[in-house]
Design a protein around this ligand. Structure first.
Ligand code: GAR
Length: 295
């Protein structure tokens, strides 16, 4: 269902069109020699991208594929990813839409970062639109890339408050700071095998539980997916259908606590780990540690 964990360090490619602060965060989280994975390649469609300089400064191979149309870019990029043995691709401020030719073979191993709480505010000029709408909260989303624009299954989100005094620039800066922590964490979820798109689960959970999963809103479904990811990696896949139906005992409760605590550190929720049977509590705490830990 998910090729991860690989049992060896993953080779990560980052595609970036601009300033590259999220690239920097990813390079710091996944340096050479990191047991989980290393940023091994940076690709840009823009020869002027600051991201390219950041890659070079960080000792990471940086390649420019100047934009000469989608087909040419995608063919070159696909060939390069294969030649370099890349396992996972992260879009970080990559401002082009990718076609099914690129997206389909990488589905499940291709992530995007978007500066809103998707499915709200897809597309461009997000912060200005959020302010104009008078929102009290915005946020950022990491999702698997599918054929649509900012539509793929959500992996992880974080909320960010909007202040009445914010300009689009001030809001962007606050969201960016949050993204620098969220994106590495989302990659760790995937590389550890906790995060994957839903489709592969259908045969595992059966039709009733699958229908329940499908009926959930796009912002709630990710918690269920992460909980199932936890059960899978804990060797408890057989509990997945029951868990989706709101049953499944302490392992299911532990799995959902894991999913919520991954998304948002909450001291009261963390205390509930102590109410679980010791074996379950230990498994959840261990999984959380691996996801939170930069090493
Ligand atoms: C980030 O805020 C990212 O969410 C956004 O571009 C910024 C890149 O910043 N991505 C998109 O809007 C994609 N539709 P960075 O270059 O400093 O990492």
């Amino acid at each position: 269902m998910t090729p991860f964990p690989l049992g060896r360090p993953a080779r990560i490619a980052v595609l970036a069109s601009g300033r590259g602060t999220n690239l920097k965060a990813l390079m710091e989280a996944f340096p050479k020699g990191h047991p989980l994975g290393e940023v091994a390649l940076v690709l840009s469609d823009n020869p002027e991208a600051l991201a390219l300089r950041r890659a070079q400064e960080g000792g990471v191979e940086a390649v420019v594929l100047p934009w000469r149309g989608r087909r040419a870019f995608e063919e070159e990029a696909l060939a390069l990813l294969e030649a370099k043995g890349i396992d996972l691709v992260a879009l970080a401020g990559f401002m082009r839409l990718l076609s099914p030719r690129f997206v389909d073979p990488w589905y499940g191993r291709l992530l995007n970062l978007h500066p809103s709480l998707l499915p709200d505010y897809p597309g461009l000029n997000v912060h200005r639109r959020v302010l104009e709408a008078g929102e009290a909260w915005t946020g950022t989303t990491v999702h698997f890339v599918d054929r649509g624009m900012d539509t793929g299954p959500i992996l992880l989100q974080a909320r960010v408050p909007v202040l009445p005094t914010d300009t689009p620039e001030a809001l962007e800066a606050r969201v960016l700071r949050r993204e620098h922590r969220l994106y590495p964490k989302a990659l760790r979820l995937v590389l550890l095998g906790y995060g994957f798109p839903p489709e592969g689960l259908r045969p595992l959970v059966g039709e009733e539980a699958w229908a329940r999963l499908q009926a959930l809103s796009p912002r709630v479904r990710p918690f269920h997916l992460l909980a199932l990811g936890f059960l899978l990696q804990a060797g408890k896949a057989h509990l997945a259908p029951e868990a989706l139906l709101g049953r499944g005992g302490p392992w299911a409760r532990g799995a959902f606590l894991f999913a919520r605590l991954v998304a948002e550190e909450d001291p009261l929720l963390r205390e509930e780990l102590l109410e679980l049977p010791e074996e379950v509590g230990r498994a959840v705490a261990g999984a959380l540690f691996r996801v939170e830990s930069p090493l």
